[in-house]
Design a protein. Structure first.
Length: 293
């Protein structure tokens, strides 16, 4: 196994394409078209996500030695010092990119980084783990809104889509907590029900009527989200073995992209929503080479 593959595994590279959509969905929620500051937020998101993945491996060395001995750090392919450096350097870079988008964005990115580190070092093995992950992803979407608008006021307009994205992440994180030991059937069923609710709410959009093209695009993207996220859940409920549970988690990760696109299509440019959907096959293709979980 090459060093490049080991680093890709450490940073969960297949999941990295799910981060830019947070910034674009946030920009859509702000009511503005994405611009240079949106791209800075997307870069910050990718850095902080990768940092969180490396931090998880550094903090879970003892656990992974038993449950995931094939992971880069317990297998010796990447040293603990390298894993910690891979967590600290991108954290600094992510906050720096956000600062280039303005002080409000930097403050939001700092809150996001604090949540990521709190999860990795303390909250991951507590009942608050799923909520912490959901909070981090919601803050990531808020970062896109605040960076694009250059004002913390944009965060208020992005609260609802951030909550929707956070709810999905909460479901995925809840299923993933027991994926190495075999999932919990009740958790998979709860995730299935929540996915259906999220899909309906996202597909319906705003109360005011939307142009036909936007309404169709939003409904199609919401349908793609439900199909991707919900598909593996019944199998995980009926057969909660580690491989099946891990497939359910992988489906939840891949479903982030169509959900982001659907949220963007609610009020943002349809071109931005289409751009996000291009990332879906990238995530799927990378996932065949490197595990996203």
């Amino acid at each position: 196994m090459t060093a490049l593959h080991s680093w890709a595994e450490l940073l969960r590279v297949p999941a990295l394409p799910t981060t830019p959509g947070d910034a674009f969905a946030g920009a859509a929620a702000s009511g503005l078209r994405p611009g240079d500051r949106t791209l800075l937020a997307a870069g910050a998101s990718a850095c902080l996500y990768g940092a969180g993945m490396a931090l998880n491996d550094w903090a879970d060395q003892a656990e992974d030695a038993v449950e995931r001995p094939h992971r880069p750090t317990p297998s010796g392919r990447i040293t603990p010092g390298q894993a910690l450096a891979a967590a600290t350097a991108p954290t600094t870079a992510g906050i720096g990119l956000a600062l280039a988008a303005g002080r409000p964005a930097a403050l939001t990115a700092t809150a996001l980084a604090g949540t990521v580190w709190a999860y990795g070092l303390r909250l991951k093995h507590t009942p608050a783990a799923a909520a912490a992950m959901a909070t981090a992803r919601g803050l990531d979407l808020l970062l896109g809104a605040v960076a694009t608008a250059g004002s913390p006021a944009a965060a208020r307009r992005a609260v609802l889509p951030a909550a929707v994205l956070g709810a999905h992440i909460y479901c995925v994180a809840s299923v993933s907590r027991t994926e190495t030991r075999g999932g919990a059937p009740g958790t998979a069923l709860a995730a299935l029900k929540a996915t259906a609710v999220i899909g309906v709410l996202t597909g319906r959009g705003h109360r005011r009527p939307a142009p036909a093209l936007r309404a169709r695009a939003r409904a199609a993207l919401a349908g793609a989200y439900v199909a991707t996220a919900a598909g593996p859940c019944p199998h995980a409920a009926l057969n909660p073995s580690p491989p099946v549970s891990q497939r359910a988690v992988g489906g939840g990760i891949r479903a982030i992209v169509p959900l982001q696109a659907a949220l963007t299509a609610r009020s943002g440019p349809l071109g931005a929503a289409a751009l996000i959907t291009v990332l879906a096959p990238v995530t799927r293709r990378l996932g065949r080479k490197v595990s996203p979980t």
